[in-house]
Design a protein around this ligand. Sequence first.
Ligand SMILES: [Zn+2]
Length: 332
Amino acid sequence: MLRPFIDAHVHLNTNTKAKLKLAKEYDAYFISINTDIPFFISLDKQESLIHELNQIENRSFFITSFDIEYWDTEKWIPHALNRIKQGISRGAKGVKIWKNIGMDSRVKDRAGNFVLLDDPRFDPIFQYLSDHNILLINHQGEPRNCWLPLEEMTVDSDRDYFSEHPEYHMYKNQDYPSYEEHIKARDNVLQRYPNLNYVGLHLFSMEWSLDEVAKRLEQFPNSKTDLAERICHVQLQTIENREKVRDFFIKYQDRIIYGTDVIDDGSMNAEEVAAKFQHLWNYHWTYFSTDSWMKAAEFEGTFQGLKLPEEVLYKIFFQNAVETYNLNFPVN
Ligand SMILES: [Zn+2]
């Protein structure tokens, strides 16, 4: 593995130390993405935990977020903006908007319709971020598999997640916005705010087609993307056409950021979390840096590693995160 490198998409929601010890051993840094998820600890606790972890081993940056308290009242925007300002003033490297927009039945208009990301109620937030040069990182929609029955999904990781979280399995929620509506709403926002610095997490939720990801990177020059939890989808496309996948990474080498999306929320013990990080880091590094024949846990079949040039690996695993998230070392 590259030294140092950055796992730019994690959720460090416990104060266990084994992952920090591992990070030190690998010279790894984390970007912990604070998110308003019902089954996560509160946003305030997520943030104070990062400060606590940094007292032990100074290796974690964080992203702030806001919640939907006071939604659709006059208090909503001041509340959301306050949270953003507070997070940034304490060192957050950007602001996250999660998939609850368009998927949480509490985020609707007064007529009972879902609102999507391009709803004018969000404009003051985008305007503020754009005016103040604050990075927006956005998980919009879900993998396309989310709209398919479990047996038609292309990878087991999606099958597992959506069987555990039927509330987010949109195939079962046909009255919710469609995949295409989510994608369109996000693209509308990027069109409306061309100066907004933006990371389309999880390959812009277009993980099933690197062509579609490439289209967004072309269309929105201020955007970047991350690989979090979607590398198996890239590997699946490698079976079909390795050269094409490899060309994608070379062509967009300045715009792609590595991250695992490991969720450290107490459901695994300290050693299990550390072991998961270690396994994924080594496994992903083998895929990107060698031409070994490999298998993935998420689907049948074998594929060959991409063996990307060294300078491309350096950008994807380190430099792009440093520049995009404006990281400074030592962490502060
Ligand atoms: Zn995540």
